[in-house]
Write a protein of this length. Sequence first.
Length: 372
Amino acid sequence: MAHPPPTPPASGGIIAALCLLAIASSGAGRCQPQIAVAVNHEDGSGSLSVVDLPRREARLRVAPLGPQAVMRGFATSAFAVSAADGTVRVIHARTGATLRHFDLGAATSPQDVAVASATRAYVSTASSGRLLRLDLATGAVEPSVDLTPLADADGNPDLGMMEIDDSRLLVQVRRINDEAPEAFARPAQIAVVDLTCEELIDVDPALPGVQGIALTGTWPKMKMQVMRAPHRLFVSATGAFFDAGGIERIDLNTLRSEGLVIREADDQTGADLGAFVMVAPDRGFLTFSTDLLLSSHLKLFTLPGGVEPGLELHVTLDYFVPTILHRGGRIFVPDGGLDRDALFVFDAFIGEPAGEPIDVGGQPSDLALVPF
């Protein structure tokens, strides 16, 4: 079945038009960035809280979500992916209106959504090596790019998180296999997809078959980050506890890994390195967990210096931080441990607290910036 060419990634003009439309429909005087927070409640349900950044206040239970949702933001909308109930919801962050509700089925186990334009998004699933294309205008769902050429012997590439880099989609290929020595088949990879023609790019044509970007670390997880200058992708290639993982840097001009820039083997990141965020090309923040109990410890790191010595900047117990967000000279760290249920705010240069925690009304499972 033939499909029309994919819509290219949205330009600033399209996003600006969406912003103007949102102003007209909501009566708001201007577009302001917000943080969309997926929260979980004791009854097993999920909901969306929205933090107004200028006011540092959250609107609670703006809309219902599937449990343990992963969040992405695009223009004025929050996209929520729940592997638990197999749904993708598109919600207007200011009005709380559900614009689209895609029920993919719990068996698909959707992992992430990448929004390529105002009308098109892609979903990775744990159950299949083929991406799903969402038509945001009509609500249609169709199979898209096949990534099974990058799978290990079990035939499932185990797709994870994604990032868009201009007209390319970058997809984690974890190659999880319990029978392999490290419970995954080396090398884990980053698949590169050309969104203009929906084709898997072979990053090394000199080798037989189709190649992704081979990772030095263990299987990747959590959100990745694209830096523009220099043009690099940072990946949390950290696998399981006590392995040879770390934060990996990829040259997006050559599509080659530059290796681990933070190594778990250096014994500065507890038992397992978790979420991270780069606030400059040579500076970032990371969290790690110990093997004694579920916990998250926030630390500053530099490149090539490594993890800064001294006490942790923030510690939470009985909770694993899913992501760290950077915006406007601040980092926002979710904390759902010890009945905190808040976003903690820190200075993005030195890591000192920068204001009171923001109550989000439930245990955060993820957060994302809604640009307008």
